[in-house]
Design a protein around this ligand. Structure first.
Ligand code: ASP
Ligand code: MG
Length: 420
């Protein structure tokens, strides 16, 4: 059995949805669990609906939701004709659920409403694609993943109840493959034991797919994207960026840690635990091999470059020239946890400590004011943090040339340079 995940870009238009059908058809006789994201930018659009609702702008919320509805209804019209009415009715049931909610007054916390509304993006897209595939005689079974994936009620960043979910996948999903080759379901969403919808954090579908791959002992997981594979740098910043054929799980976790936006970082562990290879392939050019991520160590990697802009350097110095010791440091770590901010780089000296953070203004202000109770705090903004894994003298030279270096930290594998 295989697990496929199609991202929002792969179903953003009628033409692209037909390609998804072509790809699935090119695996005849294979058992595949298919996870599909919300269409295109639907998740962002639904976030705006929630904002309007929560700010008491009901008309706006309904209007914005109307746009999401129209986009789905129009797409459906092009893709499904014979069973169009039944397919439309299915979409309408999801619309109604959201509209009921939008007619209420918000009385609970924002994150709760977020999940109840935003989850419909994947319910709509999967329902639509499933009906389209059936119309094309690509038999499949659609599943509401909220009956399978159980989470806690930490809305917007819900935590999986692994035992419950595992039992449900084994009892309810496994047997479906006796009568169908394709099971279509949603990533990114789940539900609590009170039947409230939850989401697992933005871009969470990769992780959902890995949960299924792990529990079903899949032979592989494939993430279908609009790029040909994982690259060693962002091609928008570095035109010389190149594709990488193979990476280790470890390398991908490291890349994510330093801020490369390749794959949702939680995705790797469930796959690594069972040695399931992860393929990143291009839905526009499915014949290309893409990138494979597995337990095999990979040597001779090119320098892998991550550039983070809008960085803040916060310098914390002890007031009385005393060493910065355990107590103030652990207090600082408490503050990071409370404010939910993680330094991208930190360096300790005798009487001062530097950390480099993303410039999320509100969080930086909070942190600076709390830290100023123990330290003298100095802040510098508008810096760039460059990370190079598998650096070479040439790559350092090329990427830092002409820049003023503020801070540097290196291990045998990785160099981080903060530049002005
Ligand atoms: N649709 C969700 C998002 O855009 C989840 C995902 O695509 O992974 O964040
Ligand atoms: Mg996505």
């Amino acid at each position: 059995m295989k697990v496929f995940k199609f991202g929002g870009a792969s179903i953003q238009s009628v033409e692209r949805i037909t390609r998804v059908g072509d790809i699935l058809q090119s695996y005849p006789g294979e058992k595949i669990l298919v996870i599909i994201s919300a269409m295109g930018k639907t998740t962002n659009a639904l976030e705006k609906v929630v904002d309007a609702f929560f700010e008491g702008r009901r008309e706006d919320a309904l209007k914005l939701f109307g746009q999401v509805k129209d986009a789905h209804l129009n797409t459906l019209k092009y893709l499904v004709t014979v069973n169009w009415q039944a397919a439309e009715n299915r979409l309408k049931e999801f619309f109604t659920e959201v509209e009921w909610l939008l007619h209420d007054q918000p009385v609970r916390e924002y994150d709760y409403y977020y999940d109840q509304v935003v989850c419909c993006g994947e319910l709509l897209s999967t329902s639509l694609v499933s009906d389209y595939l059936n119309e094309r005689k690509i038999a499949n079974q659609w599943i509401d993943v909220r009956d399978i994936v159980r989470t806690d009620d930490n809305f917007r960043d819900a935590y999986i109840n692994w035992n419950y979910t595992e039992q449900k996948v084994i009892s309810d999903i496994g047997p479906l493959f006796a009568t169908t080759d394709l099971v279509i379901t949603q990533g990114f969403i789940g539900s609590t034991d009170e039947n409230e919808s939850t989401t697992l954090g933005r871009e969470g579908s990769d992780f959902s797919a890995a949960i299924f791959a792990n529990i079903l002992d899949a032979e592989s997981q494939t993430i279908w994207k609009d790029v040909e594979g994982v690259m060693n740098a962002d091609p928008k910043e570095f035109p010389e960026a190149q594709y990488i054929d193979a990476l280790s799980y470890r390398e991908v976790v490291e890349m994510a840690y330093y801020g490369a936006q390749v794959i949702h970082p939680k995705t790797i562990k469930p796959l690594e635990n069972k040695g399931i290879p992860l393929h990143v392939k291009c839905f526009l050019k499915p014949d290309l091999p893409g990138t494979v991520i597995s337990g095999r160590p990979v040597h001779d990697l090119p320098p892998i470059i991550v550039l983070k802009k809008d960085q803040v350097l916060m310098q914390l110095s002890s007031r009385d020239f005393s060493f910065v010791e355990e107590k103030p440091i652990s207090r600082l770590h408490e503050l990071f946890a409370q404010i939910k901010i993680r330094p991208n780089l930190s360096q300790n000296g005798a009487i001062s400590l530097s950390c480099v953070l993303d410039d999320k203004a509100e969080k930086i202000d909070k942190l600076a004011s709390a830290a100023s109770e123990i330290f003298d705090v100095q802040i510098e903004r508008n810096l760039t943090l460059l990370t190079i894994r598998h650096y070479t003298p040439e790559s350092i030279q090329r990427l830092t040339g002409g820049k003023e270096i503020v801070l540097e930290q290196r291990t045998p594998e990785t160099i981080q340079v903060l530049m002005r």
